[in-house]
Design a protein around this ligand. Sequence first.
Ligand code: GZL
Length: 322
Amino acid sequence: MRLIGKLAIGTLIGTTLTLAAGVDASAQEKQITLGFSQVGAESAWRTADTVSVKTAAKDAGINLKFSDAQQKQENQIKAIRSFIAQKVNVIAFSPVVESGWEPVLAEAKAAHIPVILTDRAVDVKDTSLYVTVIGSDFVEEGRRAGRWLEERYKNDAGPVNIVELQGTVGSAPANDRHAGLIEVIKSDPKFKIIASQSGDFTLAGGKQVMEAFAKTYGKQINVVYSHNDDMTLGAIQAMEEAGIKPGKDVSVVSFDATKGGFQAMVAGKINVDVECSPLLGPQLMAAVKDVVAGKQVPKRIVTNETVFPMNVAAQILPTRKY
Ligand code: GZL
């Protein structure tokens, strides 16, 4: 190979290396850092959501600072303040409850750090405190469950007595899944919610609440309306220990549509499961990149979901991702 040729190739390689380094360096400079405060690890849904966020951040080349709040609002507020101090590019979180966020969101705004809400919403007057909410419409989920009950009991004169296992007190999904149900059944007097109590979205909580309901109301119960599959699986244990056949003696309505929920439907113990997808990571990372790039982001990004009755569970279970 002639000297000139060798020099040319050497230069080319040199340039390429410099360019690559340059690109790496500038890409490194431009790498986005996202501070994410997660509710906790209370349910299979939450675990799947965490995996989705971490995987999507890695795939998107986003530097993720992740904090688990163990279902305590004060831990989320501490985490958000820490992200502000670290000067992250964007903050995202799933608020454990709807209220009490104005002060810390105002601090993020003063620090010019955009905030994205995922999964759950907050109740604030000034909606400029966050860029967007990415997640399910929980009121619609409640309506879907209510419409299933209307259809299931359309030829039943009633009374149709409902016991309700509520999610975390003050959380958007608990408030809204209740509101959506009421919206549908309030016009039909045969439906009566005879008891409501929070099981905090956990299996143990659902079992404890259902034990009390079974003791107090026994055979009067026609429907168990449970705000997530983890509580429902606990409630199923309690019902069986009390001699009640879930899915047969009582209709069991659940939310999330996790694999555990599907397996219970295949076993005939849940009658209908209203889907609530935890796979929010990719949508979150796309929104983070758009926000950093200064692009417009819709104020509300709703995830598409469906309702799974027991009779389709066996064929769909193999396709489920969480
Ligand atoms: C709903 C989510 C709820 C799930 C529960 O989007 O916030 O929290 O329904 C989870 O399983 O604990």
